[in-house]
Design a protein around this ligand. Structure first.
Ligand code: ZN
Length: 133
């Protein structure tokens, strides 16, 4: 799947974002190793700290479907700032895909490519060699 297609999958999911408090809607599309795509949106809550980011929503959907290997994540938002994953999402993604490609769709329309290892060079791990199986 091409990068632009993955970002478009995220863009299609954006309508489902639930962000009445921040008005900052985000959607993510996660490409699994078998080519399937799982989307997620941010889900805010009146108790702000319960808010779930789009990236972790997509990851939970994919893992719930039995996926364990991921190749790329596309993230879109409607406005600035560009939706670069927060630290919690970086750590959550590192559990399964430590060098995942991260495609951030900037408000200007261009896509910025990061590698997860670049965004989170030293993820926490309680295992010497984490098993992702
Ligand atoms: Zn996050």
């Amino acid at each position: 799947m091409k990068d632009a297609q993955l970002v478009n999958e995220a863009r299609r999911a954006l309508v489902h974002a639930y962000a009445p408090y921040s008005d900052y809607r985000v959607a993510a599309a996660l490409l699994a190793g078998d080519g399937k795509v799982y989307t997620g949106v941010n889900v805010e809550n009146a108790s702000y700290s319960l808010t779930l980011c789009a990236e972790r929503a997509a990851l939970a959907a994919a893992v719930s479907a039995g996926q364990r290997r991921f190749l790329a994540l596309g993230i879109v938002s409607e406005k600035k700032p560009d939706p670069v994953p927060c630290g919690a999402c970086r750590q959550a993604l590192a559990e399964f895909a430590p060098d995942c490609r991260i495609l951030v769709s900037a408000a200007g329309g261009e896509e910025i490519l990061y590698r997860l290892a670049e965004l989170l060079p030293r993820p926490f791990s309680c295992q010497a060699e984490a098993s992702h199986e």
